[in-house]
Write a protein that binds this ligand. Sequence first.
Ligand code: SME
Length: 177
Amino acid sequence: MSEGIFLPKLERGTLLPPSERVARLKDALPQILAAVAGERDEIALEATLACLLWETLAQANWCGFYRRVAEDELAVGPYQGGMGCLRISFDRGVCGACARTQTLQLVPDVHAFPGHISCDDATRSELVLPVFDRAGWLIAVLDLDCASLDGFCREEAELLQALLYKVFEGSGGGTGS
Ligand code: SME
């Protein structure tokens, strides 16, 4: 039974310098893996990651999953933040681009991304990562939005992609090793 994770409290919207964000994420990752250790249910995993990543990524104004519900359509899943769009087809927005290409999308300025879906006018940058199951099938995307420009860096993206791999494709949680 987990009681959440232990990290210094930060006000929502705080954008630390990249090196401090990476250090905070590295502190959180083993704790997140321990929290979900042994769990296999997709919704339970998504809900818990949305909660704990929201706590970790203080710069985010939205943090959650869009689940693949058809060949080329996503529907909103567990999240934290203001109300998101309910459905996103693969040909729309940053989430759609991530699902279509099955590669992470690091968007430092959403206004420079053609077709970005504006659920919240405050959003200025985004990171969207693909989530695969153990068979390598795309099951969801993790959508992270930020009200600051350049809210996510490449190293955060890579650490989060590795977390998603461990949780949904690999052997699950545990010690984080
Ligand atoms: N920003 C996303 C849409 C989802 S919401 O903002 C929560 C996109 O362009 O894919």
